[in-house]
Design a protein around this ligand. Structure first.
Ligand code: NAD
Length: 399
């Protein structure tokens, strides 16, 4: 059930048998049905919450609104959160929620009602000692504000708007982490300055837009971007701010006057860096062999399948794994949780510098550890994360 390959892991770190048993399955799973009536229309759907492991602290993880969400997917995302919080060293465990809806099909008030019903069922769980939600695909600041409106505990939910206890820099946080990871990857593995680097970004939502914007500000050329509607390519590089304005005006990327390309062609373009910032399963055995970028940065959760990962490794591609590259949001969540508890106020630069520092320190450790043990960076990162979790299990007397 776990995403870990325990046989592989046992060859890298000491893995006590009880630790393995604990990590094989999630700690707690909640399946619920949300029943609502919108005027004369009845609406029912399923929602799931999983706490994979909480040895290092309360379960932390976003709420996804998606028509494709399943318990199995929520389980995988909650497990990834467990390793993400561990590797960057913040005091949380891993959790995740999923509500099976397409948010685009509902009015604003209806979405609020759906969320309030979720909070109603979860009222004993949404607690800074148990589970602290945050935004994910299909949810954002507004949804977190609704949750806060129900709990009235500032540190019970993160990703809130600044007006109700959120922190500046939170909405850019995952993109900031993707940028910091990509920049470190460029400096460490590419034989060229960032000004000569060409980048393709799959997914132009929260993570992709800010990741692209920070990279452009550092001198890299964003030559291709895509969203569900398709892709666009310009060998001279785009003005990312203009693309963001276009998206905010409700238009599609393909409305931008430029060379449009089939959506998935973006993945195999001749670029230096490929940022994966859409959804899980983007790179599979079908397209992995055709990827030309030397450096691949996982801004999304789980965007490369296990088999595709092996192909990329054999082809000497460098993958900066999701548990590091997409950790910017949870690091910012930690800053917001801390602010909520202490009553202090945070500057945007503090949010950014905390993300930059934790990601840089962790990146250097992963590279050193993986080189020493002759591992790819994903295996190295997972081994370090599991090692930290085992230490916590020992300290707490779980094993
Ligand atoms: P989002 O909904 O804001 O953006 C997703 C983007 O991907 C959209 O532009 C969508 O059109 C595009 N997309 C979807 N399928 C695509 C495809 N096949 N090809 C090209 N584009 C496609 O979501 P987001 O918040 O940016 O999250 C993106 C990923 O990052 C998810 O995997 C999410 O779990 C992960 N993540 C998000 C955060 C966060 O703070 N938002 C934090 C950590 C990880």
């Amino acid at each position: 059930m776990s995403i870990l390959n325990f046989e592989k892991l046992e060859k890298i770190i000491s893995l006590p048998v009880f630790a393995r048993e604990i990590l094989e399955k999630p700690e707690k799973e909640i399946s619920m049905r949300l029943d609502l009536s919108f005027g004369d229309r009845m609406f029912c759907t399923d929602a799931y919450v999983v706490y994979y492991n909480t040895v290092r602290g309360p379960a932390k993880g976003g709420i996804r609104f998606s028509p494709n969400i399943t318990l199995e997917r929520v389980r995988v995302f909650s497990e990834l959160m467990t390793y993400k919080t561990a590797i960057v060293g913040i005091p949380f465990g891993g959790g995740k929620s999923g509500v099976r809806i397409n948010p685009k099909e509902f009015k604003r008030d209806e979405l609020t009602d759906i969320l309030k019903e979720y909070v109603h069922i979860m009222k004993r769980e949404i607690d800074p000692r148990i589970y602290i939600p945050a935004p994910d695909v299909g949810t954002g600041e507004r949804e977190m504000m609704v949750i806060y409106g129900e709990t009235h505990i500032p540190e019970s939910v993160t990703g809130k708007p600044v007006s109700v206890g959120g922190i500046p820099g939170r909405k850019e946080a995952t993109g900031r982490g993707v940028f910091t990871s990509a920049k470190l990857g460029i400096e460490t593995f590419l034989d060229k300055p960032i000004n000569d680097v060409k980048v393709a970004v799959q997914g132009f939502g929260n993570v992709g837009t800010y990741g692209a914007l920070f990279l452009q500000e550092s001198g890299a050329k964003i030559v291709a971007v895509s969203d569900t509607s398709g892709g666009i390519f310009n060998s001279e590089g785009f003005d990312v701010e203009e693309l963001i304005k276009l998206k905010r005006s409700g238009k599609y990327l393909q409305d931008y006057s430029s060379e449009s390309i089939p959506r998935d062609e973006l993945l195999t373009l001749d670029v230096d860096v490929l940022i994966l910032a859409a959804l899980e399963g983007a790179v599979t055995v079908k397209n992995a062999k055709d990827i030309k970028a030397k450096l691949i940065v996982e801004g999304a959760n789980n965007p490369i399948t296990e088999e595709a990962d092996e192909i990329l490794y054999k082809n000497n591609k460098i993958v900066i794994p999701d548990i590091l590259a997409s950790s910017g949001a949870v690091i910012a969540s930690y800053v917001e949780w801390h602010q909520g508890k202490s009553g202090s106020l945070t500057e945007k630069e503090e949010t950014y510098s905390t993300i930059d520092k934790l990601i840089t320190d962790t990146f250097n450790y992963i590279v050193e550890f993986s080189k020493e043990k002759r591992l790819n960076y994903r295996d190295g990162a997972l081994a370090i994360a599991v090692k930290k979790i085992i230490e916590a299990m020992e300290d707490r007397g779980w094993i």
